[in-house]
Design a protein around this ligand. Structure first.
Ligand code: GDP
Ligand code: MG
Length: 487
């Protein structure tokens, strides 16, 4: 019986491999197709610029441009004189690297020219490469697309690479690196293996259940594997979109009564004079948004109109927008003037807004600003205040404490990318995991073994799509659109 089961497991595993082959059949065969070239480092004057080629004519291109014309040793830097293959005009003295496929980034023959970063050198080398037969300029993301097509990167790793290139904060970089390392892909593959095993068990029962008196324990085993997976997928989907927030930034909204110092705080945190600061109440009327790096986390910081009643129509609209924004916030910074806590506007704000948001379990930090105006003995002991932080936007006293508190809150909102299981960073991941979970729900509900096996196949297909097996062209186009030319 176990021999047959193994055959089935192998057959089911072959099924999953078939998905991968169909994916790579889209790709050009190894070493075929055009050879592409592009500037892979940033545009503009710089010390060193890196120009890359990928494709079968790479070695010819290298030989055509360099003297001496023999290929340098693989994967080690060699100094060469670069010159125009037609006119013989010297272009630069540069480091060249030869990466014969498949041990290269794309899996094809690749060359890197590390040239001096002046615009004339770069355009001269690009022009010279363009004149070599079989070479053409690369399209955006084409190097990475070839790496994916040759199985060098899974789709989730490609996404990690795109995120790493766009990462602006420390936390984003950590999350992108983990994804580039393939952690999410590995997790999906281990889930897919579990499904393959469960499928093998169910198919074994369908094929041999009656004839060979295969025991029910085989089905029970499949069931327990599926239940374990349901729990794991469910936990991942209940991550409150932390990975996505880490990728695109948490919404942090600054609110408070007029003149508390909201705009001053936004300027202090963004280190830019984005908002107008004035002693005149009602200065900020629209919602002002600025992307910032808050204690290593990406955030979209919103300055809003001071909350008060009985104002003109324009400010009223500002107050309406401010309230609307509070509803969408991941974290609220409620600002009050520490030297004015007994005023009706401060009391009203504490009794209504802060109390209400607290009751709704909204993440909120209460900041008592203008601490520099407090008497030496500080806040009066008679005040019954919720937990708060003291700050002076004027002297910056208390800023470190606020950044520390922000770091803690944002780590909870976005997830700490250095610990725990890999997070789902895109809606695409969520869609496929949900699809997989739904299919497992069908598996659990059906009493028909053929339908149960089909549900497992659908579930496995979702996991395979997540890492790029059998991905449609449109999905690939959307993902590769994030890349620049030369990547
Ligand atoms: N003394 C003192 N004044 C401050 C501080 N922060 C803001 N202000 C002043 O308070 C007034 C209102 O500030 P603003 O940021 O426009 O408040 P908003 O209406 O809440 O946006 C301005 O005159 C600021 O210069 C602070 O920490 N200490
Ligand atoms: Mg303001």
């Amino acid at each position: 019986m176990w021999r047959e089961l193994w055959t089935l497991a192998a057959r089911a595993a072959r099924g999953s491999r078939r998905l991968c082959t169909s994916q790579s059949s889209r790709a050009p065969a190894f070493g075929s197709g055009a050879t592409i070239f592009a500037l892979s480092s940033g545009q503009g004057r710089c010390g060193i610029a890196v120009i890359r080629t990928s494709g079968p004519a790479s070695s010819h291109a290298l030989r055509s441009l360099t003297a001496p014309r023999d290929l340098p040793p693989a994967r080690s830097a060699s100094l060469r004189l670069l010159s125009d293959p037609h006119t013989g005009e010297p272009l630069d003295r540069a480091l060249v690297l030869w990466f014969p496929g498949p041990q290269s980034f794309t899996g094809e023959d690749c060359v890197e020219f590390h040239v001096h970063g002046g615009p004339a050198v770069v355009s001269g080398v690009l022009q010279a490469l363009g004149s070599v037969p079989g070479l053409r300029p690369a399209e955006a993301g084409e190097f990475t697309r070839r790496a994916f097509a040759h199985g060098k990167l899974s789709l989730t790793e490609v996404e990690g690479l795109a995120d790493l290139i766009h990462a602006e904060t420390e936390a984003q970089r950590r999350q992108a690196l983990r994804q580039l390392d393939g952690e999410l892909g590995q997790l999906c593959r281990s889930w897919a293996e579990t499904l393959t095993k469960a499928l093998a068990h169910v198919e074994a029962y369908i094929d041999f259940g009656e004839d060979d008196n295969l025991e029910d324990v085989v089905l029970e085993q499949a069931d327990s594997e599926v239940q374990g997976l349901v729990v794991a997928l469910d936990a991942h989907l209940r991550d409150a979109r932390r990975g996505q927030r880490l990728r695109s930034g948490a919404h942090v909204v600054v609110t408070g009564p007029p003149n508390a110092g909201k705009s001053s705080l936004v300027n202090l945190l963004s280190q830019k004079p984005v908002s107008i600061v004035s002693p005149e109440p009602g200065t900020t009327r629209d919602v002002l948004e600025i992307p910032v790096d808050l204690a290593g986390f990406p955030a979209l910081l919103s300055d809003t109109a001071g909350l008060r009643e009985g104002v003109g129509p324009v400010e009223q609209e500002g107050v309406r927008r401010a309230r609307e924004r509070l509803g969408q916030a991941d974290l609220i910074l409620a600002v009050l003037d520490a030297s004015d806590l007994a005023s009706p506007s401060s009391c009203d704000f504490l009794d209504t807004v802060v109390a209400l948001l607290g009751a709704q379990s909204q993440r909120l930090l209460l900041v008592l600003n203008k601490s520099d105006l407090l008497p030496p003995e500080g806040l009066g002991p008679s005040l019954d205040l919720p937990p708060h932080l003291l700050l002076s936007c004027l002297t910056r006293e208390g800023l470190d404490g606020l950044l520390e508190a922000l770091k803690k809150e944002l780590a909870a909102v976005c997830g700490d990318p250095s610990t725990g299981p890999p997070l789902l960073t895109r809606a695409r991941h969520r869609h496929h995991l949900q699809g997989c979970l739904d299919a497992l729900g069908h598996y659990n509900q059906t009493r028909d073994l053929a339908l149960a096996a089909e549900a497992l196949r659908v579930a496995r297909r979702h996991l395979s799509h997540l890492t790029g097996g059998g991905g449609t062209e449109e999905v690939l186009d959307i993902i590769f659109r994030d890349f620049c030319v030369g990547k």
